[in-house]
Design a protein around this ligand. Structure first.
Ligand code: NAP
Ligand code: COA
Length: 268
């Protein structure tokens, strides 16, 4: 029996780098990893958001630091990783969750609009994984990419996001194969709609939109931040030590209905 599984100090001594960690789902993950004992380093574009998030984490007794960088800028991501290593030491956990989203039908989406989301979500994920690779403690390091059900469920108005997140999942699996032999696990979480997030504020701007979305979810509710954070903690902890190249879908059963339910929520 493995005594280290599910202890309250499960992640004590672990260092986590979290791209896009200054708000929403990724901040929820940072908090969860932190309360389980990890030191957490946040990276996003806004230093003000990072400072506020660090303050929030410290109120939970979490050792936290961070710096601003845009995931689209590989050199900036490398510098941020380097800074994290200087502050905390080698990385044990790397979460890549920076993303951009807006609703735009493909016929109205500019080339730059499409490119912008692919640059942030997909290229940004490669940048984070690639920059962190040289600094992760091997074996037993873990990378976790934040995908979305749009990766495998076609959603009108989300061509850019669907394409980018499908790429994130393919990238996750290739890295898992290439880096697995060195003891680096690479997994992803694909959340469905999550309550109280910027993403859902953009996808379901009105009560009518939200009511339709709920009909496309068998549990008839959005996920709580904590449910995604618990999934992340599982994958990043010894409890998830044999998961590699896996995408855990946390969506209340939404994707079991197929893309039709999601699409219907948008039509009419
Ligand atoms: P959010 O609060 O807006 O989180 C996005 C984070 O990424 C922010 O910290 C943002 O901070 C950062 N960011 C954005 N662009 C960046 C860039 N170019 N470089 C560096 N950092 C950048 O949104 P969320 O809804 O919680 O989403 C978080 C993740 O969950 C995303 O990967 C999203 O695709 C995924 N997801 C969300 C849902 C949902 O229901 N919300 C469902 C499925 C998947 P700055 O503004 O400071 O850069
Ligand atoms: N509809 C259609 N096109 C849009 C759009 C919208 N709502 N919002 C932005 N775009 C287009 C812009 O018009 C621009 O294209 P153009 O040059 O052809 O006009 C392109 O996208 C880039 O926009 P810009 O505002 O310059 O990008 P940015 O790098 O400043 O911001 C975004 C990136 C657009 C993704 C912005 O929404 C963002 O920062 N999002 C982060 C937070 C977030 O989305 N959270 C939810 C995560 S699930």
């Amino acid at each position: 029996m493995r005594n280290e599984t599910f202890r309250p100090d499960l992640l004590k001594g672990k260092n986590a780098f979290i791209a896009g960690g200054s708000s929403g789902i990724n901040l929820g993950i940072a908090k969860k990893l932190g309360v389980l004992g990890a030191q957490v380093f946040l990276m996003s574009r806004s230093q003000d958001k990072i400072d506020a998030a660090i303050q929030d984490l410290r109120e939970f007794g979490i050792s936290a630091a961070g710096c601003a960088a845009d995931v689209r800028d590989y050199a900036a991501v490398e510098s941020a990783v380097q800074r994290c290593v200087e502050v905390f030491g080698p990385l044990d956990i790397v979460v890549s969750g920076a993303a951009g989203n807006f609703v735009a039908p493909a016929a109205e989406l500019s080339s730059n609009g499409f490119k912008t989301v692919v640059d942030i979500d997909l290229n940004g994920t490669f940048h984070v994984c690639r920059a962190a690779y040289a600094h992760v403690r091997k074996p037993q390091a873990c990378m976790l990419n934040i995908s979305a059900v749009q990766a495998f469920m076609p959603v009108p108005g989300q061509a850019h996001v669907c394409a980018a997140k499908a790429g994130v999942e393919a990238l996750t699996k290739v890295l898992a194969i290439e880096w697995g032999p060195q003891g680096i696990r690479v997994n992803a979480i694909a959340p469905g709609p999550v309550e109280g997030t910027e993403g859902m504020a953009r996808l379901t701007p009105t009560a009518k939109h939200k009511a339709r979305f709920l009909q496309a979810i068998p549990l008839r509710r959005y996920a709580e931040l904590d449910e995604i954070a618990d999934t992340a903690a599982f994958l990043c902890s010894p409890a998830g030590s044999n998961f590699n190249g896996e995408v855990l879908v946390c969506d209340g059963g939404q994707s079991t209905l197929g893309g039709g339910g999601f699409a219907a929520a948008w039509s009419g």
